[in-house]
Design a protein around this ligand. Sequence first.
Ligand SMILES: [Zn+2]
Length: 138
Amino acid sequence: MPKRRYETSLDCYDPNAERHPLPTYPWKQAPLHLVTRRQLREAGLCPGGHPPAAQCLRPRKRRPTQPLRAWLYDARLATEKRTPSPAQLAAVTAMNRAHRICDTCRRDVGYRIPTTPPLRGECLDCHETRTHPHQEAA
Ligand SMILES: [Zn+2]
């Protein structure tokens, strides 16, 4: 089966979800209660665990089978944005500090050290001196 092509805004108009798994609207033509996650966030809201209720599609000239998509959430089901507690913020700060401390020299190096190869929790200075011991800066 050939892939569906989206060339005009009419290809993106399917409010009763007859051709798409979700109600589908062209860009800027969705009902006012259907908004994007960023629009919810701007109003201090979040989807509250609800899946997208609809989608907006916009044709792309150079990729007619891959229209630009925006998931739309029902603003009537949205809930207040959660705010982190002081204890959660403190935990995140402590975690970020722990990731900046080198396993070898125990210094806070000021950047997050990857635990994966090649650094494996070691700061760049320690890694350089261990892997290239004879190329130290003069
Ligand atoms: Zn180090």
